[in-house]
Design a protein around this ligand. Structure first.
Ligand SMILES: Cc1ncc(COP(=O)(O)O)c(C=O)c1O
Length: 412
């Protein structure tokens, strides 16, 4: 048995993994054309201009129809998706068990109260059961995040939402293009939010986001909310509700249009890599690619790997430390449960007021403590490995060899 790198043995992976190379010559050519046009005509680079309209059309076409509004971050895409629903302040919105803070915080700035659902024990995503126990007479919407490129089990969630007359917002920030029963995620709920910052499957530059829906009214309301409540009409009233300025601009949109052309190829590669890992680990007694909803196609934003420490002589942290020493980009805990964040526990949103929970008009639980045992178990039993669409079969082979090497060493 080869000595582990953490104990001074040779590393499986000696070279750095490939960078994403997301920006290509086509992005440069398109940006040059935008600047050339500005120079030739004297026009400013705008927002809501032709490049943004084109990107929104490209995005909607890629989704198979519907309406897209480019905004300036995934956090604000979620904020505007909530804004599109026009729900009353102090309504409760159910938020995902495990998500980026940007997948929860917009609820508060929309004047609503986040209520955290528990996950399916087999994944990082919410389940209908985990959501059902959180519904009260104050609930108006459910945010479902598709974490790690894996589709959540949407049919039971949509049934539950229909039964209680609730909106469903899909947060597809980590999931551009996964399929659930043949449908693209983002087209199943009432409205969806995508982050298009530079780490996501496709991007609009350093930051960006998209609000997507097949409902024209929700699209108009979301767009209005993203641009100070504008009517977009030539005559007064020009502004019919309050909103912020969450607009994308023509530079980001120009990049977005280039990226979305490359997206199908990038997704296929990520899928190929994930499936290669899945197949290879079928023979590994301790580590497997995490369970996925049947009849879904995962597009692997990162690899979520489930570890069975019962068959090992070490705990998960020791295993991940050893894997990291082999040169693999590993993170032991994806510990992003919103209600475990110190800001949430301290209710630090609007100064020291404790609002919205402490607002006298709010009739729900002012100091909620949620049973998150499934999400905690999912975090404990899983670790993640970073990857991107530039990883070749040889890169994947190194990841597989390193996992097998560390497993063999620690196997009971
Ligand atoms: C699930 C989820 N929602 C929302 C966000 C926020 O997106 P952004 O960073 O573009 O604001 C992220 C960011 O990673 C995310 O992963």
């Amino acid at each position: 048995m080869t000595e582990l790198a953490i104990n001074g043995g040779p590393k499986v992976r000696t070279q750095p993994f490939p960078p994403r190379n997301l920006v290509g010559e086509e992005d440069r050519a398109a940006l040059n054309a935008l600047i050339d046009d500005a120079l030739a005509t004297g026009k400013v680079i705008n927002y809501n201009g032709p490049a943004e309209k084109k990107y929104e059309q490209d995005f909607a076409e890629w989704m198979g129809g519907g309406y897209a509004d480019g905004v300036n971050s995934g956090t604000n895409a979620l904020f505007c998706a909530i804004g599109a629903l026009n729900i009353d302040a102090l309504s409760e919105i159910i938020v995902p068990p495990i998500t980026d803070p940007g997948g929860c915080m917009p609820v508060l700035f929309a004047g609503c109260v986040p209520v955290v659902a528990d996950s399916d024990p087999r994944s990082f995503n919410a389940s209908a059961e985990g959501i059902a126990s959180r519904i009260t007479e104050r609930t108006r919407a459910i945010i479902v995040a598709h974490i790690a490129g894996e589709a959540a089990d949407m049919d039971p969630i949509m049934e539950l939402a229909a039964k209680h007359n609730l909106y469903v917002i899909e947060d597809c920030s980590q999931c551009h293009g996964a399929l659930y029963k043949g449908r693209k995620v983002g087209s199943i709920g009432h409205i969806a939010a995508f982050s298009t910052m530079s780490g996501k499957h496709h991007c609009t530059g350093g930051q960006g986001g998209v609000v997507y829906t097949t409902n024209e009214n929700l699209h108009i309301e979301g767009k209005r909310f993203a641009d100070r409540g504008k009517t977009f009409q030539p005559n007064p009233p020009y502004n019919v509700r309050a909103g912020l300025n969450c607009n994308l601009d023509d530079i980001g949109a120009t990049i977005g249009s280039c990226q979305i052309k490359k997206l199908p190829g990038m997704l296929e590669r990520r899928w190929h890599n994930g499936e290669m890992l899945k197949q290879a680990l079928l023979k590994n007694p301790a580590v497997k690619v995490g369970w996925q909803v049947p009849d879904s196609k995962c597009i692997y934003w990162f690899f979520r790997l489930t570890i069975d420490t019962n068959v090992l002589k070490c705990d998960k942290k020791t295993f991940c430390d050893a894997l990291g020493a082999e040169g693999i980009l590993v993170q032991a805990d994806y510990a992003n449960i919103p209600c475990k964040g110190q800001w949430f526990i301290d209710q630090r949103v609007f100064g020291n007021s404790g609002y919205p929970w402490q607002c006298p008009a709010y009739k729900g639980d002012r100091h909620p403590v949620y049973d998150m045992h499934n999400a905690e178990e999912a975090i404990a039993k899983n670790f993640i490995i970073y990857e991107n669409e530039r990883y070749t079969d040889d890169d994947m082979k190194d990841i597989i060899d390193a996992i097998n090497k560390v497993t063999e060493y620690y196997l009971k």
